[in-house]
Design a protein around this ligand. Structure first.
Ligand SMILES: Nc1nc2c(ncn2[C@@H]2O[C@H](COP(=O)(O)OP(=O)(O)OP(=O)(O)O)[C@@H](O)[C@H]2O)c(=O)[nH]1
Length: 340
C-alpha cells in the first residue's frame, strides 16, 4: 500500500504530460498485472479524432513507449473505427468485461477520460479475469487523480482566452525540443529539425480601436482556432503576448517549414471574421540550433516578422533565407543583427 501511495505522490508531483501518462500506466500496471494496458490520447480535429498511443504495458514485456508525438494524423487509427471506444465515450460508466479475442477471456475494459466537454483519452485494460470490485475501485480512484492532475496542468499552462499554451510553458518545451536533438546525436540517429515561428496579427490595434476590445478578443480566439486547425496535433502552439503567437514544429527543411506557416497564413487571410471581415498575420520563423536559447530563437524569428511587416505584412519569411539573400545579416553569436 505504501508503494502505491508513493507512486501516486510521484504522479501528482509531475508537470510533464508524457511522464504523467507513462507513470499512470506503470502504477496501474504494477498493481493489476494486466495482459495489456494502454493509454491513448485523442488528437486532431473533433470531427475526426485519432488515437495517439501515449504509453503501454504488456505482460512479459513491461513498459513500451508510445507513438512519437509527431506521428502524422493519417497514420493514427481513427476513433470512429473503434466502436467499443466510441461506446465508452457515449457511456457514463466504464465498459467492463467485454470479450477480447475469445469468450473465455482475456477481458477488455475501457475507461473514457474527458477533459470538460472534450474527449481527452481512453484507457484500455485487458485483464486475464473480469476485474474484481477492489480492482475497479483502484482504477477509478487513480483515474480521478489523473484527471485532476491534467485539469490542474491545463489551468496553469493554458492561456485563459484562447486555450493555447501560455508563455510560461514555452521555455520548458523549447528545452525538450533541444533535448530531442542532442539525444539523436548520442543515439547516432538522424537529428530532428525544429523550427520556431512567431505569428503576429497585422494592424490589430485598428481592430481594437474600430470595434472595441471585446471584438478584439473574439478575433484572437478565432485566430487561435485557425492555428489549431492549420497545424498538426504535435505542433506546439503558444499565445506569447497580446496578438503574438509562437509555433514550434518539426520539418525537414526551410521549404517544408515555409509551406506549413504559409498554409496557416492563407487559412487566416481567407477566413471571414464576423464584423471585422479580413484579418492577416505576418510570420517569421527560424531553425533551432543545438546550443540555442529560447530568447535568442524568438529574437531571430521576430527579426523575420519585422521584415514581413516592413514589406507589406501578410507574409511569411524565414530568418535563415533572409540571411542567405543578404536582406539580414547576423553580426555576432548573440544573435544581434543589422537590417539593410
Ligand atoms: N482585444 C485585445 N487586444 C489586445 C490584447 N493584448 C494586446 N492587445 C492589443 O493589441 C494591439 C497591438 O498593437 P501594435 O503592437 O501596435 O501592433 P498592430 O496594430 O498589430 O500593428 P502591426 O503589428 O505593426 O501590424 C494593442 O492595441 C494592444 O492593446 C488582448 O488580450 N485583447
Amino acid at each position: 500500500m505504501s508503494d502505491l501511495i508513493g507512486s501516486v505522490a510521484n504522479l501528482t508531483g509531475y508537470r510533464d504530460r508524457d511522464l504523467i501518462d507513462s507513470t499512470f500506466v506503470s502504477v496501474l500496471g504494477d498493481w493489476l498485472d494486466p495482459v495489456r494496458l494502454s493509454l491513448y490520447r485523442c488528437v486532431g480535429d473533433v470531427a475526426d479524432l485519432r488515437l495517439l498511443l501515449q504509453a503501454r504495458m504488456r505482460k512479459g514485456v513491461g513498459m513500451e513507449s508510445g507513438d512519437p508525438s509527431w506521428t502524422a494524423l493519417d497514420a493514427l487509427p481513427a476513433l470512429s473505427a473503434q466502436p467499443h471506444f466510441e461506446q465508452a465515450f457515449a457511456s457514463e460508466e466504464p465498459l467492463l468485461d467485454l470479450p477480447f479475442e475469445n469468450q473465455e477471456g482475456p477481458w477488455l475494459n475501457l475507461f473514457a477520460v474527458w477533459a470538460g466537454a472534450r474527449r481527452f483519452g481512453i484507457i484500455e485494460l485487458v485483464s486475464e479475469q473480469p476485474l474484481l470490485p477492489v480492482q475497479l475501485r483502484l482504477v477509478t480512484g487513480l483515474l480521478k487523480i489523473y484527471r485532476n492532475q491534467i485539469s490542474l496542468l491545463d489551468y496553469s499552462e493554458r492561456d485563459s482566452l484562447t486555450g493555447l499554451l501560455n508563455r510560461k510553458t514555452f521555455d520548458e518545451q523549447f528545452l525538450k525540443c533541444l533535448d530531442t536533438m542532442s539525444a539523436a546525436v548520442n543515439d547516432d540517429i538522424p537529428v530532428p529539425t525544429w523550427w520556431l515561428g512567431v505569428v503576429d496579427v497585422d494592424h490589430f490595434k485598428r481592430v481594437n480601436d474600430s470595434y472595441g476590445h471585446l471584438i478584439g478578443d473574439e478575433v484572437l480566439l478565432l485566430v487561435a482556432r485557425i492555428l489549431r486547425t492549420a497545424f498538426r496535433h504535435s505542433e506546439h502552439l503558444y499565445r506569447f503576448g497580446g496578438e503574438e503567437f509562437i509555433v514550434l514544429l518539426r520539418a525537414e527543411d526551410d521549404d517544408e517549414a515555409h509551406l506549413a506557416f504559409d498554409f496557416f497564413r492563407q487559412q487566416l487571410a481567407s477566413f471571414a471574421f464576423p464584423q471585422v471581415g479580413s484579418i492577416t498575420a505576418s510570420v517569421g520563423f527560424t531553425r533551432l540550433r543545438p546550443m540555442d536559447n529560447a530568447s535568442g530563437a524568438v529574437d531571430r524569428a521576430d527579426r523575420a516578422v519585422y521584415h514581413a511587416k516592413r514589406n507589406g505584412r501578410n507574409q511569411v519569411h524565414s530568418y535563415e533565407s533572409l540571411l542567405q539573400s543578404g536582406l539580414l545579416s547576423e553580426v555576432n553569436n548573440s544573435g544581434a543583427i543589422e537590417l539593410f
